[in-house]
Design a binder for this molecule. Structure first.
Ligand code: PHE
Length: 481
């Protein structure tokens, strides 16, 4: 059964995809990774991957959604059927649903931290505080399972309410208000950073580079980040693509998403580092950059509490516009497959993901060490879940690229892309060869981190994937390509 849902306007897909792409990945993860990995060199690899690998896969994933007009799981079932390929390709849909479920569980907990800081900033409780006080405040937040659960619950309920209202009344109408507001706030924070901070130091940190400075780990991290930030390989883009107007251009839209997403990361980086350097603080403080270093910078600046509060509202808004795109693919599947009402489907997804999120909550306190996860995998439950998503997303991206590149016919792709032969050939070369090679490389990054138990599992996954690919290519030698 097809969903028959289409966005109200030709441009809504762009709005929704940008909402999905721009999130904690841009505002929290990108600046701290760039800070830890020496600035400019990291950004170079990141931007190259976005344009050479990210955009082709973005086009491929949107295309699979729009061609099937179904949720990712049902959509892949439909496409394997109509293309007479191996059913193993349906794993794209299942992997995506699993990733969405896993990512939402910890994304919501971390977004919850921003809720805490919005409150702290706006009530002025951090004004004039010193480094020790602010650091201790962050530690105290992480040490409290009750507070973390409270914020996690509030955030996930808010996300669920939006998706529960439907794609028009919920997702579209909230994004139409949220996204412009976010861009205005981002520019205000940038202007504030330029006025009160050290913009020159930030710009030279981010845009001058010595490629030799970048470690192998840094390279891989930059590539992994470019998948996460574009929401690739897990069905969010496919689900939104299923509602995309047949008129909108795939290529132009994909470019626009990548450009806006990259621009937001750069502007956020410039603003944050202006403030951090202006306050004489260190860029390389890791995940605490936004929650310890930045509040400290705000504490010392004029009107810091107010601008800081507005900044954390920006973080929250960006996070919620991404988390709804994690709920939609799974909720749409439950509606199509089991005939649930939308509120029922959203509730099922949100409650399950919320419960899994409790594992992330306790990973910072009660279960910070000495658990079964530490014994088996050498890491906390949260780190283990994050590791799984770091494997699933590139794997999903790889399979999407292969399926779109090899199984879809020339005619079908041209119908969706409506471009000239030159662009078509470039795109197909990128998804057939360049993207899979690059993704395999990103994917391998997780291998050295993986302790004994997982290696056979990953090996098996790779073999299943290769087998599925082989079956497809060999089964239909006569197919028009
Ligand atoms: N792209 C989002 C961000 O940068 C995260 C995300 C990943 C959202 C996957 C949806 C799907 O924060």
């Amino acid at each position: 059964m097809s969903t028959h849902n289409v966005w109200t306007h030709k441009g809504t897909f762009l709005l929704a995809a940008v909402g999905s792409a721009v999130g904690l990945g841009n505002l929290w993860r990108f600046p701290y990774l760039a800070g830890e990995n020496g600035g400019g060199a990291f950004i170079l690899v990141y931007a190259l991957t976005i344009f050479a690998v990210g955009i082709p896969i973005l086009i491929a994933e949107t295309m699979l959604g729009r061609a099937s007009r179904r949720s990712p799981i049902m959509g892949m079932q439909h496409l394997t059927h109509t293309h007479k390929t191996s059913r193993a390709w349906e794993s794209i849909g299942w992997l995506g649903a699993a990733s969405a479920f896993l990512i939402l569980s910890f994304y919501s907990v971390i977004a919850g931290w921003a809720l805490h800081y919005t409150w702290q900033m706006l009530t002025g409780s951090l004004a004039g505080a010193d480094a020790e006080t602010i650091g201790a405040g962050f530690d105290a937040l992480l040490a409290s399972p009750g507070l973390l659960t409270l914020y996690h619950t509030l955030f996930i309920i808010a996300s669920g309410l939006i998706v529960g209202l439907g794609i028009h009344r919920g997702i579209e109408s909230s994004l139409r208000i949220l996204m412009p507001a976010l861009f205005v706030i981002l520019l205000v924070v940038l202007a504030y950073g330029i006025a009160t901070g050290d913009f020159a130091a930030a710009a030279s940190f981010l845009f001058t580079f010595d490629i030799a400075e970048l470690s192998l780990e840094g390279w891989l991290e930059a590539m992994g980040q470019s998948f996460f930030t574009l929401s690739l390989g897990m069905g969010a883009i496919m689900a939104y693509g299923a509602y995309m107007s047949g008129e909108a251009s795939l290529t132009r839209t994909a470019f626009a998403i990548a450009v806006v997403d990259t621009a937001v990361a750069m502007v956020a980086g410039l603003a944050i580092f202006s403030l951090v350097f202006g306050a004489g603080l260190d860029a390389g403080s890791g995940p605490g950059l936004m929650f310890v270093t930045l509040p400290l910078a705000f504490a010392e600046m004029p009107f810091g509490a107010l601008v800081g509060g507005v900044f954390f509202i920006l973080v929250l808004g960006a996070a919620i516009s991404s988390s709804i795109s994690l709920i939609e693919p799974v909720a749409a599947f439950l509606v199509e497959r089991f005939d649930l009402t939308r509120p029922q489907a959203v509730t099922a997804m949100v409650v399950a993901s919320w419960a899994l999120g409790l594992l992330t909550v306790v990973s910072f306190n009660l279960w910070a060490e000495g658990t079964l996860f530490h014994a088996l995998f050498g890491r906390s439950a949260f780190e283990f879940i994050e590791l799984l998503t770091n494997i699933f997303m590139p794997l999903g991206g790889l399979l999407i690229a292969l399926f779109a590149g090899w199984a879809l016919t020339h005619g079908e792709v041209m119908k969706e892309m409506r471009t000239n032969e030159g662009w078509f050939a470039t795109w197909r070369f990128l998804v057939r060869f360049v993207a899979p090679a690059a993704v395999a490389f990103v994917f391998l990054r997780s291998i050295p981190q993986v302790e004994g138990y997982l290696i056979p599992a990953i090996g098996a996954l790779v073999i299943v994937g290769a087998f599925a690919a082989g079956r497809t290519f060999l089964a239909e030698p006569s197919q028009e390509r």
